[in-house]
Design a protein around this ligand. Structure first.
Ligand code: SF4
Length: 499
């Protein structure tokens, strides 16, 4: 008798063929039909007894928090959103939904959908999930959380999708409380800010996660103005805790993927990596598995301790045939020290905003020598950005052209401390310089994506036809985009032209 069903839209319930960064594809507008997109990029997670064998890391934390709160195993199920009918019945009271980008308003998706005037896969699959007939049939209480919850904090949007409560921020205390109230028929707020969870109250996951993702730190502490304020609370898990979560995953056939906003700052008290703690993390987890990767790191951490990158790479044998390169997302954001000063001083630490462009190049040099490939982000349209600021970003992208990396352009999204007084950046706001910067980022990324797809895909166990299909998709995108990119190089909005 399952009382609480946890799910997410289809784009969050895939291992992306073991390549989490292919998850960026979900932020793209629907250029391929959904069936083809899911087949190539987004295959479903394996299931056992109608439950997901591997779940989203956030779902596993909520599941563990519910169990700690007193729910029984049989009360809870984490399921594929396309298979709700296998589990949901008249006993079910609550549907908990984890979201990342429910309306396609995230930085990458808002840019691509606005540019191409099409809905993203993220928004499309979320809409599909919310219209599932069983939600109405059994009058389920729908409680939504996750990193994309901020997009839904509007009573009209909630009414449109039939959402009873949106939990913004951390969920282990607040979402569990709301679920408990919903189960007991008590009232609960419709929009609620999640309490920051003290480190010792973050529960251990009981079951494996998609791609073995485990959260080693929560929060960040660098304080960028455009980031969620809850990121200010920086906490690192003890090694023993991490080893237990790693073991849960390794025993289930996974490798381990560390999630933190900057893995290199694990257990650090300031802004310079604590080499001893970071190396201990990698060496101890390596005793469980060779398959270790991570989600995010900061260029400032790389540049402030190049020796650490060398040692991690040696430990993991990065650059070998079986581990050709290490990858992770890192913020470049802008080439303009003025904008770094205004919006993200902390991101540069221990360096100064003035040193930012040089530090970024230095970091890429260190990464190249150690076979690391950053997935860089570049923000277009920070409030007050001038054409001169954009030219500086463009110069930086040109300087990075020989370094293996992807550079993903993103539109500025007003969240965090900039939420109330600023609006979304839109295609109509683009300067000629923005078009040139956008084209430079896309050319850079396509060039290196194609080269890396060849290298990395040969080292994976992905089926041959998928490897070929992914390379072919990159080639087609390159060919299709070329005439548009040529116009952008001239600073021209390609949508205003007949190409
Ligand atoms: S470095 Fe990243 S996670 Fe940290 S505050 Fe800045 S944007 Fe947020």
């Amino acid at each position: 008798m399952v009382k609480v069903v946890l799910t997410a839209d289809r784009t969050l319930l895939s291992g992306y063929n073991g390549h989490v960064f292919l998850g960026f594809a979900a932020c793209a507008p629907k250029l391929l039909p959904e069936w083809l997109y899911t087949k190539i990029f987004c295959p479903p997670v394996e299931e056992e007894n109608n439950r997901l064998k591997y779940a989203h890391c956030g779902q596993r934390k909520i599941e563990a928090a519910l169990l700690k709160h007193g729910f029984r195993e049989q009360d809870i199920a984490i399921v594929n959103s396309e298979k709700l009918h296998h589990v949901v019945n008249k006993e079910t009271r609550v549907l908990g939904i984890t979201t990342h980008d429910p309306l396609g308003l995230g930085p990458a998706s808002s840019m691509f959908s606005d540019l191409m005037n099409k809905e993203t896969y993220t928004a499309s699959f979320f809409r599909k999930l919310m219209s599932h007939p069983l939600i109405r049939k059994y009058n389920l209480k729908v409680i939504v959380g996750g990193s994309g919850a901020w997009q839904l904090t509007d009573e009209r949007i909630m009414a449109k999708y039939g959402i009873d409560c949106v939990v913004v921020g951390e969920g282990e205390i607040t979402a569990v409380d709301v679920i408990d109230k919903a189960m007991n028929g008590d009232s609960f707020p419709s929009i609620v800010q999640g309490d920051v969870v003290p480190l010792e109250q973050i529960p251990l996951i009981h079951y494996p996660t998609i791609n073995g993702i485990i959260e080693i730190c929560r929060g960040c502490g660098r304080g960028c103005r455009f980031c969620n304020p809850t990121m200010l609370n920086y906490r690192s898990q003890p090694l023993e805790f991490i080893l237990q979560e790693a073991k849960v995953n390794v025993d289930a056939g996974n490798g381990v993927l560390f999630h933190a906003e900057d893995v290199l700052r694990y257990k650090t008290k300031g802004f310079i990596p604590d080499e001893k703690e970071v190396l201990r993390l990698f060496t101890e987890v390596k005793k469980l598995t060779d398959r270790i990767s991570f989600s995010h790191f900061a260029h400032a951490s790389v540049a402030s301790n190049p020796g650490l990158i060398v040692k991690i790479s040696e430990e993991l044998n990065v650059g070998s045939k079986t581990y050709p390169f290490m990858s992770g997302q890192a913020g470049v954001e802008s080439g303009s020290p003025q904008l770094i000063t205004r919006y993200m001083k902390g991101k540069a630490k221990p360096f100064t905003p003035k040193e930012w462009p040089e530090m970024i190049l230095n970091s890429h040099q260190i990464l190249r020598e150690n076979h690391w490939v950053p997935v860089d982000t570049m923000i277009l349209g920070l409030p007050g950005e001038t054409p001169e600021d954009v030219r500086k970003s463009n110069e930086l992208v040109q300087d990075l052209s020989d370094y293996r990396s992807l550079i993903i352009p993103l539109y500025f999204v007003p969240i965090g401390f900039l939420k109330d007084n600023h609006r979304f950046f839109r295609t109509k706001d683009m300067y000629a310089e923005h078009w040139q910067l956008f084209a430079a980022c896309i050319r850079h990324s396509i060039k290196w994506a194609y080269a890396l797809a060849g290298e990395n895909l040969t080292a994976t166990r992905m089926k041959w036809w998928k490897k070929a299909a992914i390379k072919q998709v990159i080639r087609i995108i390159d060919r299709r985009l070329d005439p548009y990119l040529k116009l952008m190089d001239e600073g021209i909005n390609p949508r205003m032209q007949n190409t």
